[in-house]
Design a protein around this ligand. Structure first.
Ligand code: URA
Length: 433
């Protein structure tokens, strides 16, 4: 088999065989195929797509490219949730404590920030001392002891995805449906969960910009998961605006803690409760409606908040930061962004908000970049709000004062102000079961 022929076949719109897809992923994993040929095939897939059979083959090859986790010694039902990536998306920090407070096991592997989107592992590392690497034995023991553990993905876990993702990130081939589905589901299936709830983002801050495309992606991932014997649900949620008001690592942890304490932003709280409700329901705790009520109760009675504290303590994090979030280190500098004219915020480009946060130091431009955990944005106004000329719409935080000019410019040009109030968009567009 020759990689040249595989690239040519897909370039010309052909269907790759299972053997060709396996050959490709083996070459990605063992370094046998050079980066330029991997990138060329990704671009051919980007333009010509893959059918369901090819996408399943790609997913299973990614899953099988490295170590798989064996959760058979975890007692109880294991449920995971995965987001396709967004801005201000700190749902895992709220949803996993809620669900595990009911005895459902959450053995979570999370990722770091990608492009304009934040990553749960980076957010957790904003908590001083929090260990995001555990041995498999310690990880499983913690899940059995307290119901919830969360770690980053080890190098041996779906290594083909790591290589592919790094190349897609720099060759403009991230937003391809089969490549996203195989990347996400390849990793999810290499873990050993019974049920998976997908949070498929849609809109300007997500990789899939339209509800139709996001729904198609969700359906594809649900079908892949089901074909591997998992119980699956996918929610299509709005990413045409950031979730909540905080963007940036420690700022988002603080917002997640406030949400667990019962005073989080309405939009963020609603998405968390709905995701948690579906996770509990898939795990056999009752109807979605009654499980959402249970999730509300876990926030109201403090049990979900206590679960987060327990996990932070168990993984070496400084619980004083959670108990009193004003203990988080603050950025040295802040800058108020003022609106240039009066009117309603009619539309924002959420991806650009993510890039503004990145410019402040909250994310990485290259894999080697260090993160400024205190950097980010607190929004004062969101889509639909009325603003007066000169009113503060956001506060920027950074330890690099020189970053403000660029971030402010990005934020202002990503914020449309007009004379009429925009229509309310749904927060949850669709649920695929
Ligand atoms: N998240 C992933 O893990 N992979 C993608 O391709 C997109 C989002």
């Amino acid at each position: 088999m020759r990689m040249y022929d595989i690239i040519k076949k897909k370039r010309d719109g052909g269907e790759l065989s299972t053997a060709e897809i396996q050959y490709f992923i083996k070459g990605v994993s063992d370094g046998g195929i050079p980066d330029y040929q991997i990138s060329a095939l990704c671009m051919a897939i980007y333009f010509n797509g893959m059918n369901v059979r090819e996408t399943c083959d790609l997913t299973f090859a990614v899953r099988d490219s490295g170590d798989k986790l064996d959760f058979s010694t975890i007692n109880g039902i294991r449920v995971d949730k995965h987001s396709t990536g967004g801005v201000g998306d700190k749902t895992s920090l709220v949803v996993a404590p809620i669900v595990s407070s009911f005895g459902i096991k959450v053995a979570k592997m999370s990722g770091r920030g990608l492009g304009h989107t934040g990553g749960t592992i980076d957010k957790l590392e904003a908590i001083d001392g929090f260990q995001t690497t555990l041995s498999e034995a310690d990880f499983i023991k913690q899940v059995n002891d307290i119901g919830f553990a969360i770690v980053g993905q080890s190098k041996q876990f779906a290594p083909a995805d790591k290589k592919l993702y790094a190349l897609r990130d720099v060759t403009a081939t991230v937003d391809s449906m089969p490549l996203i589905a195989a990347s996400i589901m390849g990793k999810k299936l290499a873990a050993d969960d019974d049920c998976i709830v997908l949070d498929v983002k849609t809109g300007s801050g997500s990789f899939m910009k339209s509800v139709e495309k996001s729904t198609e992606l969700a359906q594809l991932m649900v079908d892949i998961g089901k074909s591997a014997g998992k119980k699956m649900v996918a929610l299509i949620t709005n990413m045409d605006r950031p979730l909540g008001y905080a963007i940036g690592n420690s700022l988002e942890v603080i917002e997640a803690v406030e949400t667990l304490q019962g005073h989080g932003p309405e939009d963020f709280t609603e998405v968390c409760l709905t995701l948690a409700g579906h996770m509990l329901s898939l795990a056999g705790k009752g109807s979605v409606e009654s499980c959402i009520e249970m999730a509300k109760q876990a926030i109201a009675d403090g049990s979900a908040y206590c679960k987060l504290l327990e996990v932070v303590s168990r993984q070496g994090g400084n619980t004083k930061l959670i108990e009193n979030t004003s203990n988080f280190a603050k950025a040295k500098y802040s800058c108020a962004v003022k609106c240039k004219k009066s009117g309603f915020i009619s539309k924002v480009n959420t991806e650009s908000y993510g890039f503004a946060s990145l410019a402040l130091g909250a994310g990485r431009n290259t894999a080697e970049d260090a993160i400024d955990y205190s950097a980010g944005i607190i929004l004062n106004k969101k889509t639909g709000d009325f603003v007066e000329e000169g009113e503060i719409i956001a506060i920027l935080y950074s330890n690099d004062e020189s970053a403000f000019a660029k971030a402010e410019e990005i934020l202002l040009s990503a914020t449309e102000v007009s004379g009429s109030k925009p229509e309310n968009e749904p927060l949850i567009y669709n649920i695929i079961t």
